[in-house]
Ligand binder design. Sequence first.
Ligand code: MN
Ligand code: MN
Length: 497
Amino acid sequence: MNNINSESKIEEKPKESSLEDKLVNKFKHGWEIFNDEQKKKTLKLADEYLDFLKNARTERERTAWTIKIAEKNRFKRVEIGKNINILKPGEKIYYVNREKNVAMVVIGEKSIIEKNHHIGSHIDTPRLDLKMRPLYEDEKSSLALFKTHYYGGIKKYQWATIPLHLTGLIVKKDGTKIPIDIGKNPDDPVFTIPDILPHLSKNVQNKRKTPEVLKGEELNILAGALPIDENNKNNKDAKGAKEKFKINVLKILNEKYGITEADLQSAELNLVSGLPPRYVGLDKSMIGAAGHDDGVCSWTGIRSLIDIKGIPKNTAIMSIFDKEEIGSNGNTGAQSAWIRFVMNDIMVRTGIPETLTNLHLTLTNTLMLSADVGSAINPNFPSVHDPLNAAVLGKGILIEKYTGGGGKYGASDVLAEVMAYIRKIFDEKTVPYQIVELGKVDEGGGGTIAKYFAESFNCDVVDAGTPVINMHSPYEIVHIADIYSTYLAYKTFFEAD
Ligand code: MN
Ligand code: MN
C-alpha cells in the first residue's frame, strides 16, 4: 500500500489493486493526488503566500503581520497574568513577546491538560545585520560602506552582487523608535556587496575554499559614493571634514530620520535579499524568494489555524519563534521560558488550578509539530541524499522522525507510536506527505526547534515542514503543491482528535 491509502475519497480506486499496490510504499506527487478544487486552492494559496513574502521578511515584520492577521480574524490579544476571564471552547486569543514571538490559540473541547496540539515554527531567516558601528569611508575607492555581521548559516558568496534591502529600527536614547525600510518601494535605492571581477580574481580569490570565497569581513555594503558638497551654503560646517563620503551618508540619515552615527548603536538593521519573490518555471509550479525557511511553515501554520473548521477537539496553538537560525537562544528563541509561561496562562484561563503539577502535565501532554523546512533533492547535487529517504519537490510535506548529524547526534528522535499517529491522520485526509531524512548518513546535518520542546516540555515532537531547494540562499525554491500539502497537513493536525 502506498502512503495515500486506498480508502482515499479523492483518488479513484483501481478495480483490483496489485500486490505491489498493496505492499509497496511509494510517495506520490501532490499534483497526482489533488482534485480540481484542491488544485484551484493551491494556486490561490500560492498567490497569498507570495504577498506575505513580499511584505514580511524578518521576525519583526512577520510578528507585525501575524498580529494584523490575528486581529482581523478576531483573536483577542492577552497579556500573561492579566485580566483573567475563563475562556470557553472555540474562543481565540494570542500572546506577543517583545515584538518577535507570537502564540495564537484556539481553545478546544478537551481540557488542555489532557491533550493539546501545538505547531511551532520560526520567523527569523538567514540574512546580514549591520554591525553596531557600521559606517566607514574607504579612502582608496572614495566610497562609504556599511560593515555587516552575517546572521545564520549562509554561504556568504551568495549574498554579493545582488540587491539588498535594509529593514529594521533605530531606537533613540529617549525611546523613540524609528522604523527603517529601504528598498521595498521600487523608487528606493538598494544596497549591494561588491565582489571581485573574474579578470583579477586569480590570486586573491580563485584558490579559496567555498566558505571563504567572500570572508566575513568582506561582506561590506556600498552605502554611498558622493562627497559632501562643501560649497552648498547649508553645509558650511562641513568645511575641512576628513571623511567627506561618510559625512554625506550621515547627513542624509540625519535629514531623513533625525539620527546621528551614535544612534546606530541602539538599532537592529537587517539586510535582506532584494530579489523579488516570483513564480519559477514555465508552469509557475515553484516560488523563488528569500525566507521560505521558515516563512512557508509559519505562514501555512497560521493560515491553517485560522481555517480550523468549528471547535477543535484539542486546544490548538500556533507559535512562531525568533533566533532559530542562530541556535534558538535568547529571550525570543524557542529555548526561552516564554512559551511555558504562555502554556501556564492558557491553563489558568481555561479554569485549571494553577499548580506546578498541572503545568507539568499540560506540557507533557502537548503533541507538537516542529514546523520547519527540509531539503528536497537538488538535481545538480543528488549525491548528498539517499534517494530512498530523500524528499522530492512536489511530493508533499516532509516528515522527519529525527534530525541531527552523524550518529543522530542532537536529534530528539520521536517515538514510533507518534509517527504511527501522524501517518494515520494524514492518510485519513489524503495529505501528500513523505517520510524522509535530511541527507545521506555522515553527509552533514541540521536541527530545528524540535529538541528544545521535547526537552523543556517533555512532550512528543515530530518535524514536519515544506521541502526547499537552495536553502539559506537569497533565492530559495519551494513547490506550490507542497505549500498546499503543508497547509493541509497542519490543518489536519489541528482538527485531529
Ligand atoms: Mn528553518
Ligand atoms: Mn534554516
